[in-house]
Write a protein that binds this ligand. Structure first.
Ligand SMILES: NC(=O)c1ccc[n+]([C@@H]2O[C@H](COP(=O)([O-])OP(=O)(O)OC[C@H]3O[C@@H](n4cnc5c(N)ncnc54)[C@H](OP(=O)(O)O)[C@@H]3O)[C@@H](O)[C@H]2O)c1
Length: 314
């Protein structure tokens, strides 16, 4: 089968020919219909998990997928051949299976949920991006009527945070750069700030002199995060997906600091699928590309500029 893999940490992703995987005990064999591009994919290729999990090379890239169950290992009860599913693959040894491939195996009791009646491209876009978005809002305890400052709003996670928050009557102040502002209002952002010329702390403060209840920052390094966090009113919450929230510094102002590390479950994926079916979220798909274009899609993700989700269709 064709797959996209690297031969070493930091290597160039290439389309390779690999043996089709065989489902082990309790596993599903899935024919992949769509895989989503996430920054996590190239971070894994660069060795982000090298110190904590065993890896194997060629390391097949990609975690989020949707497809059809085409075979079952022994003792597999949760799904049947022909079922449409979506989910996420990440298990040791990392790289033995990946979503950028024509087939993958996944434990039937693992991170996999029913995608019946869902468009595969949209379903594949949900696990990491929408899962993290919902995880952030719940970890931060963000409530209806509150105001959240969202930095990095136009990308994969940010477009889902915007929609999920707005659907819960949370007021979203979306910080994007350049053309990222387009379409944020349609996704539910109450206001959009353009950080193209630098961070926009002064502008937000003059519009919101009482501060915001929560900061959800998907992109900033420590210094910019600390500057944005000064906009949070005392007793609020500051969340980073980049692990730069300083609990000591923020704690002195009674602000809860959360360095969010998303832990997903199949139940969470079911909830996301329900949000999609009920049209409480849409999936902003920026590009649909063939597997042969996955290496360039990964290169583009590294450079930034994402507007919603890029999806690979093997
Ligand atoms: N900790 C966790 O559990 C977890 C889970 C999921 C994701 N993450 C991480 O969270 C980050 C975001 O993920 P993602 O999937 O949303 O990435 P993405 O799809 O690449 O989107 C990032 C967005 O942020 C924008 N951006 C970058 N710098 C900005 C700035 N200074 N001000 C305003 N906007 C800015 C980018 O556009 P421009 O470049 O055009 O500005 C892009 O629209 C990644 O680092 C990812 O690895 C962590």
């Amino acid at each position: 089968m064709r797959a996209v893999a690297v031969n070493e940490f930091g290597g160039d992703p290439k389309v390779v020919d690999l043996a089709k995987p065989t489902p082990g005990r309790g596993e599903l064999l899935v024919e992949v219909a769509a895989a989503a591009v996430n920054p996590f994919d190239w971070k894994v290729a660069d060795g982000m998990l090298g110190g904590s999990m065993e890896h194997t090379f060629p390391l097949v890239l990609g975690s989020d997928f949707a497809g059809t169950v085409v075979d079952l290992g022994a003792d597999t009860t949760r799904f049947s051949v022909g079922d449409r599913v979506f989910g996420s693959v990440l298990r040791a040894p990392v790289g033995a299976v990946g979503a950028y491939a024509e087939f993958l195996t996944v434990p039937s009791e693992g991170l996999v949920a029913s995608a019946a009646d869902l468009d595969p491209a949209r379903a594949a876009a949900l696990p990491t991006a929408a899962g993290t978005a919902l995880g952030l809002l719940e970890a931060g305890g963000v409530l209806a009527g509150q105001t959240v400052l969202l930095v990095g709003a136009a990308g994969g996670v940010g477009t889902f945070v915007t929609q999920l928050a707005a659907a819960r009557d949370v007021r979203v102040l979306a910080v994007t750069r350049g053309v990222g502002a387009a379409g944020m209002g349609a996704l539910g952002a109450a206001e959009t700030y353009d950080a193209a010329d630098g961070i926009v702390v002064d502008k937000v403060r003059s519009d919101h002199p009482d501060g915001v209840d929560a900061l959800v920052d998907l992109v900033s390094g420590a210094a910019d995060f600390a500057a944005y966090a000064r906009l949070i009113r005392d007793g609020g919450v500051a969340l980073s997906t980049r692990f730069v929230a300083d609990p000591d510094e923020l704690g002195r102002r009674g602000i809860e600091a959360i360095n969010h590390n998303q832990k997903s479950t199949a139940r969470l994926y079911d909830r996301l699928a329900d949000e999609l079916r009920a049209r409480r979220i849409t999936v902003p798909i920026e590009a649909r590309l063939p597997l042969s274009d996955a290496p360039s899609a990964i290169a583009r993700s590294r450079l930034g500029g994402a507007r919603g989700k890029t999806v690979i269709l093997p």
